[in-house]
Design a protein around this ligand. Sequence first.
Ligand code: ZN
Length: 380
Amino acid sequence: MVLYQTMKTLKFKLYRHKRNKSLHQTINAAGMIYNHCIALHKRYYRMFGKCVKKAKLQSHIAKLRNRNKFWQLVGSQAVQNICERIDRAYQLFFKHNKKGFRPPNFKKVKKYKSFTLKQAGYKFVGGNRVKIGSRVYQFWNSRLIEGKIKTVTVKRNPLGELFFCVVVDNNSTPEIKSETGKIAGFDFGLKTFLTCSEGFLVQSPQFLKQAISEVKKASRSLSKKRKGSKNWEKARKHFVRQHGKVVNRRRDWFWKLAHQLTEQFDVLCFETLNLKGMQKLWGRKIGDLAFAEFIEILEWVATKKGKQLVFIDQWFPSSKTCFHCGHVLEKLELNTREWRCPSCSNVNGRDENASLNIKRVGASTLGLDSVRQGLPASVV
Ligand SMILES: [Zn+2]
């Protein structure tokens, strides 16, 4: 049950430059190729009643590309990648269409966002410069690129700014160090971001709450404008900027928090995230997948520092099980913050109790005895 994340996505912003126009054109061309693939898929399906095979589509599109100057802006690998993406989307659709998955569909070229390169088509030429295609671009060199580069994706956001994302595989086997000898369990929550079994809470910082309320304000103002008008465009840009601010600030905070927690503990236990279930339970509030993002960052930091993350089974009833005697409640309402155990009559705080259970289960999967320190005598 011990998981290590060795793949990591690093995002860099490109400097503004008139040369960037050619990247925009490449993304546009990729969007046209994408739409062409979708059209082929649809036609093929109408004629033969089945999905066109990926390899067939790839070789067909490669042939067309040879005859089309504009398409050639997109490197051959990136073209292959477009076919792969569509294929994956169709697979998902066929597998889950009963659950409401939609098949991939045409996209406005203006709204098309990215293209992806694998081994070829880019080169880091030292410092903050990267060669994509035949041109060299400069980027904000905010982080060291370590590990083996798997893919490079050039993206544009709704403001027309360009980024590139590097997926690296840092495949060094982590060496588990025991510095603090400490293990802790954590429970995620909406009100309190994390409840730690060691008796402290991690709240979302105030600045983040403020930034989020700014986003809400911007979104309200946008919805009042007439779509397509000048004011609407202004409000849209404002909204996108505010939203970007939240995302960036939150990410910064996640990195800091990940470093803090891995300083304090050697082993950190969490419940496996069931994001679909959480969304159902809590509605759209966590639709932004912030928890998943935090876990990804934490995994990265933990691997770097030789710390261990343990994910316990998502079906383990961590909230409903009494930490003191093991009694399992039949039912626990979401808004019940505290409950008295009918078996041992201890009063359990919902989140504290859950975090202690997560710690205990996490420790037992590792076969750790040290966790028994700090447990009440009755359960040791
Ligand atoms: Zn009990």
